[in-house]
Ligand binder design. Structure first.
Ligand code: SF4
Length: 366
């Protein structure tokens, strides 16, 4: 089993401080990513390489996964601590059976001031055409779809299960028809693998109302063989785009937003909303840890404080050990208050090199 933490970290016992929940760097807890399965039907080489996650890979048994009721209870307690956005991830979340049932439960939750949670999901799109309507009806608001190329051969090579681009595009169309939106598309860019697809992707999604985000290839987990020379810095990517299409900078839509937004410009040089926008997610060359307000819940109920963390805090044990809500909410607050993670700012330093092996992204979600 890859990078599963050895020793269980201790949940801190007491913390007397009051007021708005913030971590050691003053960052609030606003965004919770919940991995509902560690399984995926793709084997993207930068996330779940086939040679590591082969057919005999010991995925988690069902009993180890948090049930929908357990996930919803935790989500309710996180909402009490300030979370107002929940992103369902995996592995591939649409592989979790009856996921609509979980979405219905989460859609019924409210923040302390009575607002519904901003409920979204990241998917590889392989089952979206079939499920979009039911997801919307269950209460899902919007989706982010991963697509790494327009060229079918390149995409099939990257997902490494020979899955065609056309079916992902059908899924995106079905999501739009079902009223899920705004829809975002995430493309992981790996120099020498799919960087020739940057312009074809931008041309395809310009004017569709779908925001295309380019993600720098990251050293997530410990199995993707990451090398810095395969990272295409967002600055260089932007220059390639601007050589063909005019783009203007746009303001962030929310605190802690990971993407740097650029709008397609009209002839007068102003943003043309109908032409849409692109985003740059530059975790390697322009770290955004300073405003990172994201927590991650693994498939089996461990709370991770960073995508590049080596260990998580076992909330499932509290759930299944009969702990009352107050004790779990307290634990969440104490864990967050103790957080000082900022791996992307430290990448390349001795401190980062001395850190624990990174948990796999397929285990805690991107
Ligand atoms: S590296 Fe960790 S702390 Fe920094 S932005 Fe990513 S998840 Fe947040």
């Amino acid at each position: 089993m890859h990078n599963r933490p050895m020793a269980e970290p201790v949940i801190p016992l007491v913390d007397q401080r009051n007021g708005a929940l913030a971590d050691q760097l003053g960052r609030p807890l606003r965004d919770l990513r919940i991995s509902v399965t560690d399984r995926c039907n793709f084997r993207c080489t930068y996330c779940m390489p086939k040679e590591v996650f082969g057919k005999d890979h010991p995925f988690l048994p069902h009993a180890a996964l948090l049930s929908f009721e357990e996930i919803t209870r935790l989500a309710r307690l996180f909402a009490l601590q300030g979370v107002h956005k929940i992103r369902l991830t995996g592995g591939e979340p649409l592989l979790r059976r009856h996921l609509e049932g979980l979405i219905e439960q989460l859609a019924a939750l409210r923040t302390p001031d009575g607002a519904p949670l901003d409920l979204t999901l990241t998917t590889n799109g392989s089952a979206l055409a079939r499920k979009a309507r039911a997801l919307k009806a269950a209460g899902l608001r919007r989706v982010t779809v991963s697509l790494d190329a327009m060229d079918d051969a390149v995409f099939r090579r990257m997902n490494d299960v020979d899955f065609p681009v056309a079916e992902v595009l059908d899924g995106i169309a079905a999501a739009r028809e079902a009223g899920l939106g705004p829809i975002k598309v995430n493309m992981v860019v790996k120099r020498g693998t799919n960087d020739q697809e940057i312009l074809p992707m931008a041309r395809h999604f310009r004017g569709t109302g779908i925001a295309l985000r380019f993600i720098e290839y990251m050293d997530v987990g410990s199995t993707n063989g990451w090398r810095m020379d395969e990272v295409l810095p967002s600055r260089e990517l932007l220059a390639r785009l601007r050589a063909e299409m005019p783009l203007v900078p746009l303001a962030p839509t929310a605190p802690g937003e990971t993407a740097e937004r650029w709008g397609h410009a009209d002839a007068s040089g102003r943003h043309d909303p109908a032409a849409g926008e692109i985003g740059l997610i530059s975790s390697v060359t322009r770290a955004f840890c300073g405003s990172c307000n994201r927590a991650r819940l693994s498939t089996e109920g461990k709370l991770f404080l960073c995508l590049f963390a080596g260990h998580g805090y076992d909330l499932r044990a509290m759930l299944r050990g009969g702990a009352p809500d107050e004790a779990i909410a307290d634990a969440i607050a104490r864990i967050w208050r103790g957080r000082s993670d900022r791996y992307s700012e430290l990448r390349g330093t001795q401190a980062a090199a001395d850190g624990e092996p990174h948990v796999e992204m397929s285990y805690i979600g991107g």
